[in-house]
Design a protein around this ligand. Structure first.
Ligand SMILES: [Zn+2]
Length: 256
């Protein structure tokens, strides 16, 4: 039995399409309370949320984007419910997946409390990850169209802007629990004399927003970095190496 702590946010509107994705984030703020305050604040201003994401001389009354998520999971494994799943929460921003934008319209957003890159990329405690797994199982039970393949990171749907939940997020643990995907890599890269086109095809099959340009454009580079951040966190350079090609080809097979 999963317990939810009600912490209602007024920041939502109507969905314009059915739910078919879950987007995982890290909060990237100093602590859970600050993140909860921001995600439930109908008119956030800079002075209320000081941090490395804004310049120190930002006017205290400078408006910040109004944001929210359906759930927040703190480090102790408490799950806060902010916005009912039926409504559109505001967490993904400009984003795309499988060739479609407005990820918020179709996604359930889960914010995982973690300081992120701005605060030294701390580990995610086991209790927190166990709660994320429980939450995802509950979500899947409510929405039969959701499952392991429908869970993505914010950086997957907005590779040029976002790096969360970050390369320390334990996607493999989620996959082992049956709530996310993980590739069993091939032993050798695909037999191809055009690795860039190969990589672009595989990224697009999985859902990443890349065009089949045949050259290493900025979009492809950022999507490749997002892929590495998620599946090969030890090296997120965006280079096309054999390990990345093996992982990418293996994962694309799961989606073909
Ligand atoms: Zn995010």
């Amino acid at each position: 039995m999963t317990r939810y702590i009600e912490r209602p946010s007024p920041n939502f509107d109507a969905r314009t399409r059915p739910i078919d994705l879950v987007v995982l984030h890290y909060t990237g703020m100093q602590d859970a309370e600050t993140a909860l305050a921001r995600l439930t604040d109908p008119a956030p201003v800079a002075g209320r949320y000081p941090g490395p994401w804004q310049s120190e001389d930002a006017p205290a009354d400078a408006p910040l984007p109004t944001v929210s998520a359906h759930y927040v999971v703190d480090e102790q494994g408490e799950i806060y419910s902010l916005v009912p799943e039926e409504h559109r929460a505001w967490h993904a921003g400009a984003s795309s997946w499988e060739g479609e934008g407005d990820i918020n319209a179709r996604a359930i957003g889960v914010e995982i409390v973690n300081g992120g890159h701005e605060f030294g990329l701390p580990d995610f405690p086991d209790a927190q990850i166990e709660a994320v797994i429980r939450l995802l199982r509950n979500i899947f039970a409510r929405w039969p169209e959701l499952g392991p393949k429908r869970v993505v990171g914010h950086s997957d749907v907005a590779p040029a802007r976002k790096v969360d939940p970050g390369e320390r997020f334990p996607w493999k643990k989620l996959a082992d629990a049956g709530v996310a995907i993980w590739p069993a890599p091939l032993d050798t890269p695909p037999d191809s004399d055009d690795p860039i086109s190969e990589v672009q095809q595989h990224l697009a099959i999985i859902g990443y927003g890349v065009k089949q340009s045949g050259f290493m454009d900025a979009e492809t580079k950022m999507a490749l970095i997002a892929f590495q951040r998620r599946f090969r966190g030890s090296d997120v350079s965006g280079a096309i190496d054999d390990e990345t090609r093996c992982l990418l080809a293996a994962l694309a097979r799961q989606f073909a």
